[in-house]
Design a protein around this ligand. Structure first.
Ligand SMILES: *Cc1c(COP(=O)(O)O)cnc(C)c1O
Length: 832
């Protein structure tokens, strides 16, 4: 590991800006309250105190940040650049306190100022710069990269409005604009001097330069300026403080008179609108692509700024362009940044005059691509008219890449024109479209899926021809999540029990949790385990009461499904079971059953009618069940509004049962499943995504498995799925669907849920009814396991004990070794 003595001293270690003790923190907070917030303590609002504390914590990160930047600048090293359209980083204050190791001191400092730390933490607006799993994964990876001391930068977009806030009105989702920047963002440092221009529209002109070389100049219709907005990403108890660099767009001219004079008024206005709205708002679709012009503009904008930034850093270091791939390894988080393949080629060939073949070698060596979905509706393609009008020069480059690539395919598979058409960068089957997954695959040296099953299916389906051509390019890196945020920070009760049982090292080496196995049958330990869980459930129950006015019993089995609302995730399958259970309970009032509380959370894309209807069904069931006096103490249903990282902090630790019930083959990995497991929830799930590996690790006795396998799903579909068969066979299913159709959960309205019921009965690609009976039977096994607390607790302990594989530290370790070939760099901090 390389070490460099860092010459800059921290401001004196006893200073109010850098010392870690409670007294120095207290002085720092008072200083910042006055010097940055301009507030005398007597009239400071809680938010002022939050800001003053946040700045004081940031002060303590800045010397580490500066030391990290300087070390990376001074040394010969490779930097991992993680390109992602989304970073769902969650609230920063609590996490930074934990990583600095000064949570207790901060609590004492604030107490001495008459402030409660937890109340201040609750005030932080979370940066909602992502939709769900993909953006949260990127954030977990930044945490692990810093903790593992890997030189790295996260590159993305600074959306002014992130994912909408969700409210529930009359049982329906209502979207509210997320104004996360309104009260200021203490974690962000804007760098107006780090800015790049990005071209859009116009046309390309070819010519010959003085040396007689063929050159192309892009004559854009408009330029947009991208300005760097940096957020420090501190590792856990290390000096490494990496950067999350998000680009915000600025218009550089208010109107394009040239376009106007030429008479293309519409074009001029359109382009102006684009420059001003480029980084305004995150597209709220989780899986399917919106296919909007502005979205493509966003992607190109942040990718171009990021690559230009790397080239500038290369120049600053005095390295030749040929060394680009030695200095940078660039990971594409899904196809959203895949235009990087064409843009790096453009920057190298057009701007830096690198010969095509050298540029191509550099590009492929630098880039690697992570695929996140096999859902056909989520595979990104762009229609040619849109693409060429927005990005004429990158499109020409894509054509040239394609021409050379198809030549190679034809050489390797002579006469196989069907294969050529399948593999082409341009889909010519209907309206011509650019295939972004193909572009990423052709331009990368490594392509990975995010769980074993997903990587296997990727090779067999979506990228089959490519896996045949380049088998060595394909690999799997199963996702992971950070135990700092999702255990230490959000489940402090569990964390201290683990500290005293297995030692503190688990936080950065999660495999050490294996030691817990020895305590699984220890009754005294089991009691402590249950005490922790119960305390977490009480906290969640309190929040539920506060937010929804529903009273839930912390002793009930907490059965939780939180994730984006989507047909493939099958929240409606869960809903069908609840109705079935409700009918069973009503029929046999005395039956000794397990009291259950079903908790849902998740946002639906605003334009996704079926997902919104699924929310209505859940809230409709909740209304009926929770108001039925005979269900008191037996059954409760809760839809917890606005599922986000902040709310996730107290939801995952309170779960007894984790619902991971997607149609097999549809969930690439899932990461919520891992967060639940670490926090001791048992999983009821299908053999899908990382569930398979979770079950492998936990042991099949400690996992509630049901449902068709991916290959069974496949054959059902090939033979023709007939939902009616399942309805005919199953009296309870008939009754359940009948109640929904009769308006039982919609105050008598028989129209509301018709599209949902019709879909299940006729055109459901996610085979809900095919898995219904097995799911119901499996839920009965869950209930009987719950009735034996010793057995349940043992299973819960074993799940946590065996969750080590799912740390994002393991995942990042694999990326470093197998894709990036990059190693840690220790950041020295001279305390003078
Ligand atoms: C982990 C997480 C997700 C992803 O959940 P899945 O169950 O894997 O779909 C989505 N949103 C938030 C806020 C998360 O923390």
């Amino acid at each position: 590991m390389a070490t460099v003595a860092f010459p800059t001293k921290l401001p004196g270690t006893d200073s109010a800006r850098s010392a870690m003790d409670a007294d120095a923190l207290r002085r720092g907070v008072l200083d910042n309250l006055i010097c940055l917030q301009a507030r005398p303590p007597a009239i400071a609002t809680p938010h002022d105190w939050y800001m003053a504390l946040a700045y004081s914590v940031r002060d303590r990160m800045l010397a580490r940040w500066a030391a990290t930047i300087q070390t990376y600048a001074a040394q010969e090293l490779r930097v991992a650049c993680y390109l992602s359209a989304e970073f769902l980083i969650g609230p920063q204050l609590g996490n930074n306190l934990v990583n600095l190791g000064i949570e207790d001191n901060a609590r004492a400092a604030m107490q001495s100022l008459g402030q409660d730390l937890d109340s201040l933490l609750a005030l932080e607006e979370e940066p909602g710069l992502g939709n769900g799993g993909l953006g949260r994964l990127a954030a977990c990876y930044l945490d692990s990269l810093a903790t593992l001391e890997i030189p790295s930068v996260g590159y993305g977009i600074r959306y002014e409005f992130g994912i909408f806030d969700q409210e529930i009105h009359n049982g329906c989702q209502v979207e509210v604009t997320d104004k996360w920047l309104q009260k200021g963002n203490p974690w962000e440092i804007v760098r107006p001097n780090v800015a790049y221009y990005v071209a859009f529209g116009g046309h390309a002109e070819s010519g010959v330069d003085e040396q007689g070389r063929y050159t192309v100049r892009w004559m854009p219709a408009r330029m947009v300026k991208g300005v760097a907005c940096d957020t420090p990403m501190l590792g856990f108890r290390v000096n490494t403080c990496n950067t999350l660099r998000l680009w915000k767009s600025e218009a550089i001219e208010s109107f394009d008179l040239q376009d106007f004079n030429a008479g293309d008024y519409y074009q001029a206005v359109q382009e102006k609108v684009i420059s001003e709205t480029l980084s305004k708002v995150l597209y709220p679709n989780d899986e399917p692509e919106a296919g909007k012009r502005l979205r493509l503009a966003q992607q190109y904008f942040f990718v171009s700024c990021s690559l230009q930034d790397m080239l500038r850093l290369l120049d600053l270091k005095g390295e030749p362009i040929a060394r680009f791939a030695d200095m940078f390894t660039v990971q594409l988080n899904d196809t959203h940044p895949s235009i990087a393949v064409a843009e790096l080629m453009r920057l190298l060939v057009d701007v830096r005059s690198v010969p095509w073949d050298d540029a191509w070698a550099t590009t492929c060596r630098a880039l690697a691509y992570t695929n996140h979905t096999l859902l056909p509706e989520a595979l990104e393609t762009w229609g040619l008219p849109l693409f060429s009008s927005l990005l004429p020069r990158p499109l020409e480059i894509i054509y040239e890449i394609n021409r050379r690539f198809l030549e190679l395919v034809r050489r390797k598979y002579p006469g196989d024109e069907a294969r050529v058409a399948r593999m082409s960068l341009i889909d010519e089957s209907g309206e011509k479209r650019v295939r972004m997954a193909h572009l990423s695959t052709i331009g990368s040296h490594a392509v990975n899926g995010v769980a074993q099953l997903h990587s296997t299916l990727l090779r067999q389906t979506v990228l089959r021809d490519f896996a045949e051509l380049w088998p060595e390019r394909f690999l799997n890196v199963t996702n992971g999540v950070t135990p700092r945020r999702f255990m230490l920070l959000s489940n402090p009760g569990l964390a201290s029990l683990l500290d005293e049982t297995v030692g503190k090292g688990w936080v950065t080496d999660l495999t050490r949790l294996r030691t817990l196995e020895a305590f699984a049958d220890n009754l005294a330990f089991q009691q402590k385990w249950r005490d922790v869980k119960l305390a977490n459930k009480k906290m969640l129950a309190e929040r539920i009461g506060h937010v929804t006015r529903i009273a839930v019993d912390p002793d009930a089995l907490f059965d939780i499904q939180v994730k984006r609302i989507h047909e493939y995730k099958r929240q409606h399958l869960n809903a069908l079971y609840i109705i079935t259970l409700y009918q069973r309970l009503r029929r046999n009032i005395e039956q000794g059953v397990v009291p259950r509380c079903f908790i849902f959370g998740g946002k639906a894309a605003p334009g996704y009618a079926m997902a919104k209807l699924m929310i209505r069904l859940i809230t409709g069931i909740a209304e009926v069940v929770n108001n039925d006096a005979s269900m008191k103490g037996r059954l409760k249903v809760v839809f917890y509004p606005d599922f986000n990282v902040k709310n996730a902090h107290f939801i995952y630790p309170a779960a007894d049962l984790s619902e991971q019930i997607s149609t097999a083959g549809k969930e690439a990995s899932g990461t919520g499943n891992m967060k639940f497991m670490m926090n001791g929830a048992l999983t009821i799930g299908t053999l899908d995504g990382a569930n398979i590996e979770i079950r492998d690790e936990a042991g099949s006795d400690n996992f509630f498995l049901f449902g068709l396998t991916a290959s069974q799903v496949d054959s059902v579909k090939r033979e023709g799925y007939r939902p009616a068969v399942h309805v005919e066979r199953n009296e309870e299913l008939r009754e359940t669907l009948g109640l929904i159709a009769d308006g039982y959960f919609s105050r008598g309205d028989r129209q509301v849920f018709r599209p949902l019921v019709d879909n299940l009965l006729n055109a459901d690609p996610f085979l809900v009814l095919a898995d219904y009976a097995d799911y119901v039977a499996c839920q009965e096994r869950v209930s009987s396991a719950w009735q034996d607390p010793v057995r349940w607790t043992r299973m819960s302990i074993l799940n946590t004990a065996r969750s080590g594989k799912f740390s994002s530290d393991r995942a990042i370790g694999e990326y470093c070794e197998r894709i990036w070939t990059i190693s840690p760099v220790r950041i020295a901090l001279d305390r003078g």
